[in-house]
Design a protein around this ligand. Structure first.
Ligand SMILES: Nc1ncnc2c1ncn2[C@@H]1O[C@H](COP(=O)(O)OP(=O)(O)OP(=O)(O)O)[C@@H](O)[C@H]1O
Length: 871
């Protein structure tokens, strides 16, 4: 709204400030309220369900207004941030009593989704990252930080797809970009729910110099500069708790793209989008919020380093074997508050007395933790036990200075302990003496006046008074008493003596409160100087907490320590279980299955009826690998595993959350990704790849992909399929083995055995599954007839299928596919020369060199040719 000449000085000040914060809600402090004006007020009143009023109501053009009490502001700020807005907090920055004219006001902080400092119980175990992104010499530089913990990391990425993956993995809500990031890229990030921000004035700072120390890559340094500059611009204070940036490369860790993490349900259940039923949910037996956050980071980045993994395994094994020590450790950890975020708040200047008490109480646990660790027969734990800094000096300072019962407010006294500061003790004595004087005065006045019910009291507005009930008013010595206030049944008076003491007491009180605040901030500053030590301790405690959690789940669920090999790629899991599904089923209901893929086997081709457990078997292997590569034990009787470099998946619903592309396109892209980037150290989990297109194309593509993996990649691969034709590949591909998930039929009913057995499935149970699903009897009976005809004739799926016109109902029953007995002829022999030629063309097409659109066009062309063949 434009400024008009009629604007009051206050509104002029408002508009002047608002001008710089057009994209934020301006919370403008007036007394005990934050007020919103004009468009902010209209929009804010709707979003926050506040009553909309107006300033200058009687004027011609009143200004819409709404407000929130300052003590309740945080809730409203949280709501706006959660809805993806920014909030600028504008405070009175001088004492109104001393102000000449308008009170000076300034924005003291711009709160954005990526810079929220306020954390509640539900976000305790989550990091909140702000990310900065730039592009230099065709490389993306990425820097991100969690302002609440001070963690800073940087990396360099080659493609925008990698950037998206990393940002989704980090669950980043806000990305600060510079002009090198194109409009289109920015829009793509926005469409994924990320706020895009820009840094207005790129500034050099001592913070940048400190955080930047270890970085060498240009892109990462540039991104870091944007990040820190934006943080300084929005937070408007020093950021001394930011740690030195750690640079990493994504291939230092087991690579899993975002959709693989979603498919394997690491952090979010596919069905409910909740944490329950995920690997994180299962493994999180941490006692601290820091441990909870670190576990999530570990699962996001499983390790490749065998030595580090051995070390984690040793610790888990030792903690499993020492139940009592572990119990003591857990009890101590339980009492450790969020050291990282406490350190953040202390450095940020927002910590109160209670925060410091929480810090001291946490530090009290460290000696116990050190003692237990030193008792354990494991070198890393023992070393940790000796080297852990118990921060006794900080604990001692807090215990001496800060009252156990410190209030939330830092400005109203009662924070500092007696005996900590002489001057404060003197003020407090003065206040106490004053109080004693009043007690004496009351007794004396009762005596002098003979009024036994006379009382000395205090109110904020009137100060100290002498109160006399109406019945006794006549006995009041009017020469000394001066009437001050009349109540219904009493009268209040003051005397000169009382007023003198009032001044003394109030002065002492005011001085003591002021001094307390000063002392408190000094203590806080002293602790702030030790931020790095607190952060170092927090990191060690967090790791210890995650590992004790691994010990707990491993023991409770009878996991075994996997043998990890860097020399060979053999996979041998005896009686493995799906860690989450087995928790959901009743005891002993889960049927364990082995996975054996030694030198002679790279690919397991899995067949079996729907619902038999094919996906579960594949996910099981993926999860076991991830658990092994974060250092946890695994659900099996025995497990020998290589260290995988990447896991590629194509499991479950193929909808692409990112680009909204068709199922088939996503399938092909994911296959392409695996074939292009996979190595013989990778794990591929492909569930019914190719089902997103026509049967012919599906079979042909699946065949070509399997052969490519077999001949060129050599990656360990689980490939499930309903295309029975593919099982014949075992004859040609020596490193492919058929397995199937067993089922039997009893009295016409299908019994799932959930057991993975050697060889291809010998019968399709599609019709039974269709029955279970409740398809009309007509349909399933009809399908059964078709099946028996097909089986009796040993016919060929392709050539002998009745046309839809002949069997109208068949179209409905098509989904559970009737299966034919495998013939001894190869596929190419069974088909017409045209189809064979087509197949050869498909096989020889190099998908790696085709763009997705070209692939689509090719497939379209093949489909048309095939259709011509069929007619
Ligand atoms: N090993 C097992 N032991 C016990 N129950 C299992 C086992 N494996 C799977 N199940 C149960 O069977 C259900 C179906 O499993 P899953 O989704 O893996 O089947 P599927 O063969 O992949 O099916 P579709 O082909 O229809 O995708 C699971 O929800 C689970 O409850």
């Amino acid at each position: 709204m434009p400024q008009t000449t009629k604007d009051t000085p206050m509104m002029q000040q408002y508009w002047a400030i608002k001008k710089d914060y057009q994209d934020a809600f301006l919370f403008y402090r007036i007394g005990d309220f934050y007020e919103l004006f004009d468009e902010d007020a209209i929009k804010g009143s709707q979003l926050l369900e506040l009553t909309l009023t107006a300033r200058n109501k009687s004027a011609k053009d009143p200004i819409p207004m709404c407000g929130v009490p300052h003590h309740a502001a945080q809730n409203y700020i949280d709501i706006l941030i959660d809805k993806g807005y920014k909030v600028a907090i504008c405070e009175q920055v001088e004492d109104p009593k001393q102000a000449q004219g308008m009170v000076k006001r300034e924005v003291i902080q711009l709160i954005t989704p990526g810079t929220m400092m306020d954390q509640n119980a539900s976000t305790a175990k989550q990091n909140n990252y702000l990310t900065a992104l730039t592009l230099i010499d065709e490389l993306y530089g990425l820097a991100y930080s969690d302002l609440t913990t001070g963690e800073v990391r940087t990396t360099t990425l080659h493609t925008f797809n990698e950037v998206i993956n990393e940002l989704l993995n980090l669950n980043t809500k806000e990305v600060v970009v510079d002009a090198n990031i194109s409009e289109q890229e920015q829009q793509q990030l926005q469409s994924l729910g990320m706020m895009i921000s820009h840094d207005k004035v790129l500034q050099e700072s001592s913070e940048f110099n400190f955080v930047n120390q270890k970085l060498t890559k240009q892109g990462e340094q540039a991104a870091l500069k944007i990040l820190i500059s934006y943080l300084l611009e929005t937070q408007k204070r020093t950021l001394s708790h930011l740690q030195q940036a750690e640079s990493y490369e994504i291939d230092q860790y087991l690579r899993l793209n975002h959709s693989a993490k979603a498919n394997l349900e690491l952090f979010e259940s596919l069905r409910t989008s909740k944490r329950e039923g995920t690997l994180l949910w299962l493994l999180d037996k941490t006692k601290t919020a820091m441990g909870g956050r670190l576990l999530k980071q570990w699962l996001n980045r499983p390790l490749l380093n065998a030595k580090l993994l051995q070390q984690r395994q040793e610790i888990v094994a030792t903690l499993i074997d020492h139940y009592f020590e572990r119990a003591t450790l857990q009890q101590a950890l339980q009492k450790v508050y969020d050291l990282e975020r406490l350190a953040g708040r202390i450095a940020f200047g927002s910590a109160n007395g209670r925060d410091l008490i929480q810090l001291a109480n946490s530090l009290k646990q460290i000696p116990t933790i050190k003692e237990v660790l030193q008792q354990l027969p494991e070198p890393t734990l023992q070393k940790l036990g000796t080297s852990l800094d118990d921060l006794a000096d900080i604990r001692d300072l807090i215990q001496r200075a800060i009252s156990e019962d410190a209030p939330i407010s830092t400005t109203e006294g009662n924070i500092i302990n007696d005996g900590f500061n002489q001057q404060l003790d003197e003020y407090r004595d003065a206040v106490n003496n004053g109080q004693n004087f009043l007690v004496q005065l009351e007794a004396e006045e009762r005596k002098k006046t003979g009024i036994s019910t006379l009382k000395v009291g205090y109110t904020r507005v009137f100060g100290y008074y002498i109160e006399v009930t109406n019945a006794n008013k006549k006995n009041v010595p009017t020469d000394r008493y001066q009437r001050k206030q009349t109540l219904t049944n009493a009268e209040r008076y003051i005397t000169p003596e009382l007023k003198d003491h009032e001044a003394l007491i109030l002065q002492a009180k005011e001085k003591s409160t002021e001094l307390e605040y000063q002392l408190f901030t000094t203590v806080r500053e002293q602790i702030k100087a030790q931020t790095e030590r607190i952060q170092a301790l927090a990191k060690q405690i967090a790791a210890l907490d995650v590992l004790q959690g691994f010990a707990v789940v491993s023991e409770n669920n009878h996991y075994v320590r996997p043998e990890l090999s860097t020399k060979q790629q053999d996979v041998e899991i005896i009686n493995g279980r799906h860690p989450v599904v087995e928790q959901v089923l009743a005891a002993n209901e889960f049927i364990p299955n082995s996975v054996e893929m030694k030198k002679d086997t790279d690919i397991l081709l899995i067949t079996g009826p729907n619902m038999s457990g094919k996906s579960t078997y594949m996910r099981q292997l993926g999860l076991i690998v991830i658990m092994a590569q974060v250092g946890c034990f695994v659900p099996a009787d025995r497990a020998q595993l290589p260290i995988f470099d990447q896991i590629f998946t194509r499991i479950g619903a193929a909808d692409d959350l990112i680009s909204g592309e068709s199922t088939f396109m996503v399938e092909m892209k994911e296959a392409n990704d695996a074939l292009l980037h996979g190595t013989r150290h990778s794990l591929l989990l492909f569930d019914e790849l190719g089902r997103g297109t026509a049967t012919y194309d599906g079979i042909a593509l699946a065949d070509a992909i399997i052969e490519y993996i077999h001949d060129h990649l050599g990656a360990k691969t689980l490939f499930s399929t309903h295309y029975h034709e593919l099982t014949q590949l075992a004859e040609r591909l020596p490193k492919l083995r058929n397995v199937h998930v067993g089922a039997t039929e009893e009295n016409g009913k299908l019994i799932f055995l959930h057991q993975v057995l050697a060889g291809p499935a010998d019968k399709s149970y599609g019709i039974h599954v269709a029955k279970l699903a409740g398809l009309p009897n007509d349909v399933t009976q009809h399908a059964a007839q078709v099946l028996s005809v097909l089986e009796a004739e040993g016919s060929d799926l392709v050539n002998d299928l009745p046309t839809p016109e002949q069997l109208p109902l068949f179209r409905i029953a098509e989904e559970p596919e009737p299966k034919i007995e495998p013939k001894q002829t190869t596929q190419a022999e069974a088909m017409s020369p045209e189809v064979s030629a087509l197949l050869a063309e498909i096989k020889n097409t190099n998908l790696m060199q085709a763009t997705p659109i070209e692939a689509m066009n090719l497939i379209n062309q093949w489909q048309q040719e095939l259709n011509q063949q069929n007619h």
